[in-house]
Design a protein around this ligand. Structure first.
Ligand code: ATP
Length: 536
């Protein structure tokens, strides 16, 4: 947390300034309390009224500053949250395809939602209370010195004890917080799973499984919350005990000093409220410090990273290789997800530049796995994969993506316009985009293009049909003129006539190396492939 707080040091300084003002005013209020009582004892009416008016003004100022500080605190918390989420996102984009997909999305969602909520409640908000408590204590102790040094000394010793005692619960609290964040990851994942299966459960009228899923995951998260609370409340109770005992000791001491005429009677009043100031906040402080320390395992999940320079330059040796006759080659390629079940066994294949390949084979034979391996998505294979004559392992992901494009069996879309879905942040003219839409038969004429580009495809592409989404994915590849396309069932959801037209367009492109998987090859296009590979 320290690093994130330092990133926002000027905002923190401003906030601390407001806190110092509040605490200075509060302590001044305690001094005025004593002065009011002393004026009363001295029968000085004018002084009494003056102090009452002053006390009222001080409290009004405290209320006003508290309001400003409260609102500004939320601004700072939200800004820190933005930095944490930004960092998590940067960490995620540094992951490889297989690393990212090794965890369900629910885990990442939990990081940016639940973890941030825990950080806010258990880390950042308590931090501000601790700052307030520390500043208040310093002011109060300095004021106590003014009355009698022994009051300040005893207050300091008791303060130390109150802060240190609850540390015995630290380890357990951090452990329980870690369990809670992991529990949250599972919770989001499980609830997301059943919520997204509504249509399936509706079709089979087994919607009670949705209720069961939510209930079951809620019970799991309940245990994690209760277990954490056991230790958090233990810390709170210890702090509270220290707080009340210390207040009584300090008031008792000021009474003894008053008996010995070392301080005025009104001082007891001031010491009472100063002791409240110190120990109320310290009692909370030990609790809050425990909470803050408990968030360490959450921050440890995503260390603060620097911005990575964009990976744009092709290495010189990689540039020269574009002329190799075999664009892709596997040599003795073997792979299994699970050691017990080999998927590919010593596969030797050569894909020549600008040729067209059709891969057929029964379901589960490993066709998609082969394409993912060729695209560099899956590591951990035996044998060799050569791209433009050089081992795939030598390339950076950005270099591979300039040479080949893998189009997934179920293409993904963003909840935005057709234009944004095609360009994905890159610069393309409307003319280029419209041409690609025409080639993929998404529009019939250039005139339709502009409106079509502005269409919103909806959440998960729900405003579009499966076939339209497949054609969008193909158009997205086409505009980039990537020389090699690995297409996994790219036309399976498109009507036969349109699918044949699209495949024809791809097959007739002389500058494209095409490797396409199909379950339902069309007789009209099958014969135009240079080679049909039967996978088993
Ligand atoms: N990420 C994964 N983790 C573990 N096993 C996997 C994974 N992906 C695929 N498999 C398994 O690997 C085998 C081959 O899957 P793959 O998707 O490559 O087959 P396919 O030939 O493309 O099948 P289909 O034609 O049905 O798409 C299957 O048995 C599948 O269960």
């Amino acid at each position: 947390m320290k690093k994130y707080v330092l990133l926002h040091k000027s905002e923190m300084a401003m906030l601390s300034g407001l806190i110092v003002l509040i605490e200075a005013l509060t302590v001044y209020g305690s001094v005025l309390n004593a002065d009011i009582l002393n004026a009363l004892i001295a029968h000085n009416f004018a002084q009494f009224m003056k102090n009452v008016a002053l006390l009222l003004t001080v409290w009004l100022l405290v209320v006003l500053t508290e309001y400003i500080e409260g609102v500004y605190q939320e601004v700072v918390i939200q800004n820190i949250d933005i930095s944490i989420r930004n960092n998590i996102a940067k960490l995620l984009i540094q992951k490889s395809y297989s690393e990212y997909n090794a965890k369900p999305y629910g885990v990442y969602e939990s990081w940016i939602n639940n973890d941030i909520q825990v950080i806010n409640e258990q880390g950042l908000s308590p931090l501000f209370v601790v700052i307030q408590g520390a500043v208040g204590t310093v002011f109060a102790v300095l004021t106590l010195i003014k009355y009698h040094w022994s009051l300040a000394l005893v207050a300091l010793v008791l303060a130390g004890l109150i802060i240190l005692l609850p540390k015995i619960f630290d380890k357990k609290l951090a452990e329980k917080n870690l369990k809670l964040t992991q529990g949250n990851e599972r919770f989001v994942n499980r609830t997301q799973d059943v919520l997204s299966a509504f249509n399936l459960l509706y079709a089979f009228q087994t919607l009670h499984l949705l209720v069961d899923g939510i209930k079951e995951s809620s019970k799991l998260i309940k245990t994690a919350y209760v277990n954490r609370s056991k230790f958090q409340i233990a810390v709170q109770v210890t702090g509270f005990m220290g707080n009340v005992v210390s207040q009584v000791i300090l008031i008792g001491l000021s009474g003894i000093l008053a008996f010995q005429r070392l301080v005025k009677i009104g001082t007891i009043n001031a010491v009472g409220s100063l002791a409240g100031n110190i120990f109320n906040s310290l009692g909370n402080m030990s609790n809050f410090l425990g909470m803050i320390r408990g968030t360490r395992p959450i921050f440890a999940k995503y260390p603060l990273i620097d911005d990575q320079p964009a990976d744009t330059d092709l290495r010189p040796h990689a540039k020269q290789l574009l002329t190799a006759p075999a664009v892709l080659q596997t040599k003795d390629l073997s792979f299994s997800y699970d050691a017990k079940k080999p998927i590919l066994n010593h596969v030797n294949l050569t894909f020549l530049r600008n040729k067209k390949y059709l891969i057929l084979g029964e379901s589960g034979a490993g066709k998609s796995t082969l394409l993912k391996l060729l695209a560099g998505y899956i590591p951990g294979y035996q044998g060799q994969i050569l791209l433009d004559g050089m081992s795939l392992t030598e390339y950076r992901p950005a270099e591979i993506s300039r040479r080949l494009l893998y189009l997934d069996q179920s293409p993904q879309v963003l909840q935005t316009t057709v234009r944004n879905n095609l360009s994905l942040g890159a610069q393309f003219s409307d003319q280029q985009l419209i041409e690609a839409l025409l080639k993929m038969k998404l529009i019939q004429s250039v005139d339709e293009g502009k409106d079509y580009l502005n269409l919103d495809i909806g959440e998960s592409g729900k405003n579009f049909s499966g076939g339209q989404i497949q054609r969008l994915a193909l158009a997205r590849g086409l505009i980039r003129e990537i020389p090699v396309m690995l297409i996994d069932e790219g036309t399976s959801a498109i009507d036969e006539q349109t699918a044949v037209q699209i495949e024809m367009a791809l097959l007739k492109n002389p500058k494209l190396t095409l490797i396409m998987i199909s379950h339902t090859p069309h007789p009209q296009t099958e014969k135009l492939f240079d080679k049909v590979i039967h996978f088993s």
